[in-house]
Design a protein around this ligand. Structure first.
Ligand code: PLP
Length: 469
C-alpha cells in the first residue's frame, strides 16, 4: 500500500529545513571512511533499537565525552561543537553546575506537585527579574515544545480566541500544538494528518531571499525605503483580515540565522496591539545570551506578552523550559495549563538557577557579543575571497553562512555545504547545515576568540580545498 509520504511534492527534501540529511550519499561516504568497527557496531545497535526518523536516527557518529566547547567521539577524536543543539551556552559539564546539581540532589531530590520548594520559587523570581518589561508570571515544563504549548494555551485563555499566526520554515517543537505553529514540512507533513485548526502561516523575514521578491544590497541588507517592511505588513494584513487572532508566535531571530530587518518587531508589536493579539517570542535557542544580549528581543527593543525559554536553561545537563508572561494573564486558576510531573522539580530548578548565575558571573553575554562580532568580521572578509559564500549574517553566536553556486541567481549550493560540513568534521569542527545550504554556527557562549579563530581557519581551509578540487 502506498504510504502518505509518497504523495509529497517537494523538490528538495523536507529534512533540509532543519538540518543536514542523515541518508545522503555524502553521509554514507563519510561514515564509510571515518568510523571504526566499534563505532559502527554501536550505530547499528542504535539503528536497530530506535525508531528511525529524519535527522536523528540513523546517527552521524557516537560520542563518549562532552566537556567545555568539545565533544569527543568513541575513537577519541575531539570536535569543537558549534552546534550543541543550543543547550551548551556555559560549556558542557560546567564544574559549578555539576556541584550545584549534586548538592541539590542530596538536599531535596524531588518535590511532588502540591508542594513548593525554595529553588523552584527562586528560579521563577529570577526569570521574572531577567526577562524584559513586566514579564513575571512563570510556568515550567521539561521541554521547549511543551513550554510553547503552555504559551499557546495562555493566549487562548486570555483572548478567548484560538487562531495563531506564525512563520513558514519555523520550528517550535515536535508536539501537536508546537508542530501546528511550526512551519517545517518535516514536522507537519502528511504522515501525521491534521494539526491544530486556525494555525495560519505567513512568509518569514528572510532578507537575503525575500519571499516578497525585494533585493538586498551586496552587504545582504534590505533597502527599507523600497520594501517598506512588506514582511511585517503581511502580518498586519492577516491580523486585520482574520480579525480574531489570539497570538503571533515567532522566534525573534530565526535559528536559520535570519535576523529581523530594523523595525520589523516594533511594527508587528504595534499590529498585535491594534488587533488584540498577543505576541509570543520563542527564545528557546536564543535566550540567555546566545545573540549577545540576554534575550534576542532586547536587540529590537520589543517586549512580548509571553517569552518561552528552554534548551540552555538546564545548563546542557538537565531538561527544563519555561513560559514567562505578563501578570494580567494569570486568569485561569481553575484550569491547568501545564500540570507536568516535573514542573517544580528542585534539581531542575537548581540547574537553571545556577546556569543563569554562571552566565551572569562569567560575563558570557558580553563574550557572545564580542566573539560573535569578531566571527562576522572574519567571515565577511572570507566572503570577499570565496565566491561560494553568498551571505554572512548573525547576531552574537547565532551565525549563518549561506553558500550559493552563483551570487546573482543565488542557487543554493547544497552539495558544497554538505561537503564542507564533512570536511570540517575531519578537521575537528562540528556544525549543522540548515535549509540545505546554510552553514549554521551556534558555538557555546564560553568560546574564546582564539577558539573562534581556529574554527574559522578550518572553514577557510575547507572552502579553499573545495575551490582547488
Ligand atoms: C525555536 C525552537 N523552539 C522550540 C524548540 C523545541 O524544544 P524542545 O526540543 O526542547 O522541545 C526548539 C528545539 O530545537 C527550537 O529550536
Amino acid at each position: 500500500m502506498a504510504s502518505a509520504l509518497d504523495n509529497r511534492t517537494q523538490s528538495r527534501s523536507p529534512s533540509q529545513s532543519e538540518s543536514d540529511v542523515n541518508l545522503s550519499a555524502r553521509r554514507a561516504e563519510w561514515s564509510g571512511r571515518a568510523l571504526d568497527a566499534d563505532t559502527r557496531a554501536l550505530l547499528a545497535r542504535d539503528s536497530k533499537a530506535f525508531l528511525h526518523q529524519s535527522v536523528s536516527t540513523p546517527c552521524l557518529n557516537a560520542i563518549a565525552k562532552a566537556e567545555g566547547i568539545w565533544i569527543e567521539d568513541t575513537q577519541a577524536r575531539r570536535y569543537m561543537d558549534f552546534h550543541g543543539n543550543n543547550v551548551h551556552h556555559i560549556g558542557y559539564g560546567h564544574p559549578r553546575l555539576k556541584q550545584a546539581i549534586a548538592e541539590q540532589m542530596d538536599a531535596l531530590p524531588f518535590a511532588p506537585r502540591r508542594f513548593v520548594s525554595e529553588p523552584a520559587v527562586e528560579l521563577a523570581e529570577k526569570l521574572g527579574s531577567i526577562t524584559p518589561g513586566d514579564l513575571s508570571k512563570v510556568l515550567f515544563a521539561t521541554g521547549g515544545s511543551d513550554a510553547v504549548e503552555i504559551a499557546l494555551k495562555i493566549a487562548r485563555a486570555s483572548t478567548g480566541r484560538f487562531k495563531t499566526i506564525s512563520f513558514w520554515d519555523a520550528f517550535h517543537g515536535a508536539g501537536f500544538g508546537a508542530s501546528s505553529v511550526g512551519g517545517e514540512q518535516l514536522f507537519r507533513g502528511p504522515a501525521v494528518g491534521p494539526l491544530l485548526a486556525g494555525a495560519e502561516h505567513v512568509a518569514p523575514f528572510a532578507c537575503y531571499r525575500c519571499p516578497y521578491g525585494y533585493a538586498t544590497g551586496a552587504d545582504g541588507k534590505p533597502d527599507l525605503d523600497i520594501c517598506r517592511l512588506a514582511c511585517a505588513n503581511m502580518v498586519r494584513y492577516v491580523l486585520e483580515r482574520e480579525g480574531d487572532i489570539a497570538a503571533v508566535i515567532a522566534e525573534p531571530a530565526r535559528a536559520t540565522s535570519y535576523m529581523p530587518p530594523p523595525g520589523f518587531w516594533a511594527s508587528v508589536r504595534q499590529a498585535c496591539n491594534d488587533h488584540g493579539a498577543l505576541l509570543i517570542f520563542d527564545e528557546i535557542p536564543t535566550g540567555l545570551g546566545k545573540t549577545g544580549a540576554m534575550f534576542s528581543c532586547n536587540h529590537d527593543g520589543v517586549v512580548p506578552d509571553i517569552l518561552v525559554l528552554g534548551k540552555s536553561l538546564g545548563g546542557g545537563i538537565l531538561p527544563i523550559a519555561a513560559a514567562v508572561c505578563r501578570p494580567e494573564f494569570d486568569i485561569a486558576g481553575d484550569y491547568a495549563f501545564g500540570h507536568y510531573t516535573h514542573e517544580k522539580n528542585p534539581v531542575l530548578a537548581r540547574a537553571a538557577l545556577t546556569t543563569i548565575e554562571i552566565v551572569e558571573d562569567e560575563g558570557l553575554v558580553e563574550n557572545a557579543e564580542r566573539v560573535g562580532a569578531h566571527a562576522l568580521t572574519r567571515l565577511n572578509e572570507m566572503k570577499t575571497r570565496h565566491p561560494l559564500i553568498g551571505d554572512v549574517r548573525g547576531r552574537g553566536l547565532l551565525i549563518g553562512v549561506e553558500l550559493v553556486l552563483d551570487r546573482d541567481s543565488k542557487e543554493p549550493a547544497d552539495d558544497a555545504a554538505e561537503q564542507i560540513m564533512y570536511a570540517a568534521l575531519d578537521r575537528g569542527l562540528s556544525f549543522k547545515t540548515s535549509m540545505g545550504n546554510i552553514l549554521t554556527l551556534t558555538p557555546p557562549l564560553v568560546t574564546t576568540l582564539e577558539q573562534m579563530d581556529q574554527a574559522i581557519d578550518i572553514l577557510d581551509a575547507c572552502l579553499q580545498d573545495l575551490a582547488a578540487a
